[in-house]
Design a protein around this ligand. Structure first.
Ligand code: ADP
Ligand code: MG
Length: 241
């Protein structure tokens, strides 16, 4: 396949996901859809597969490799963790089976008639520094990109920074250096520095994505785990106009 054909295939795949959501009158993309879109734009995401039954769940877990994470995939559940729809760090097929049943039970307790697409099986990303990349659409200026460190930095300290898309490589670098928590990324007290260039690339890819799809009202990759080398998006959400 030529580079051109690959690009066309990738564009088609992404467009198809947006089209499907519109046809189903959904105003947001499910995690596996959002991650597929991110991946097509070169953003690193955890490996994943959607299982429709327990047998598929254990099969996919073996394929992806333990430990794995299981998550609900349902248009009726937007905040998965809050309803018991996420189970982390599963190390055996038996644990996968139990988590599979437990998640379905939790989601049914939350909403008895929830529409369940399946259960997402994904690799468990090792712990490291967590960052957030997001985008929101401003009525006047169009999409604005957001960057910050995860957890308390964004939720309590509101230590985040914004730029109007599209952004240049320079602007992406500025976004990272200008948050107060930047020294944490650079390494401190023996903690190693994280791969800042990986974050720059993610910001640039996100900029391209929101420019290509004006129907994206909100995008959030929360969290992205960043390592000494590379990064991995473990959760992605895209809300449509
Ligand atoms: P929610 O829809 O509630 O935001 P998430 O997919 O973000 O659900 O999962 C909740 C939390 O679980 C994340 O913030 C992250 O700390 C952890 N987590 C989720 N997926 C993974 C993964 N693949 N590897 C490691 N940790 C994960
Ligand atoms: Mg999340």
């Amino acid at each position: 396949m030529s580079a051109n054909e690959r690009l066309l295939n990738s564009l088609r795949k992404t467009a198809q996901i947006f089209k499907k959501a519109r046809e189903e009158a959904r105003d947001y993309l499910l995690e596996p859809e959002a991650k597929t879109v991110c991946k097509e734009y070169g953003i690193p995401v955890t490996n994943f597969k959607v299982a429709k039954n327990v047998d598929e769940a254990t099969e996919y877990a073996e394929e992806i490799g333990f430990p794995v994470v299981l998550k609900i995939v349902s248009p009726d559940v937007i905040h998965k963790f809050d309803v018991g729809g996420v189970v982390l760090n599963l190390n055996t097929p038996k644990a996968v089976e139990e988590a599979y049943r437990k998640i379905l039970e939790n989601v049914k307790n939350h909403k008895s008639n929830a529409n369940i697409v399946g259960i997402l099986i994904q690799e468990m990303a090792p712990q490291s520094t967590e960052v957030i990349v997001g985008a929101t659409k401003d009525r006047q200026f169009g999409p604005a990109l957001m960057f910050g460190l995860g957890g308390v930095f964004v939720e309590v300290l509101k230590d985040v920074t914004f730029r109007i898309a599209p952004i240049s490589r320079n602007e992406a670098q500025e976004m990272i250096t200008e948050v107060k928590a930047y020294p944490i990324l650079k390494g401190y007290r023996g903690q190693p520095a994280v791969d800042i260039n990986a974050i720059v690339e993610i910001l640039l890819s996100t900029s391209r994505l929101v420019m290509d799809y004006p129907e994206i009202k909100e995008l959030d990759m929360n969290p992205i785990i960043v390592y000494e080398k590379g990064a991995k998006t473990v959760d992605a959400r895209i809300i449509l106009e």
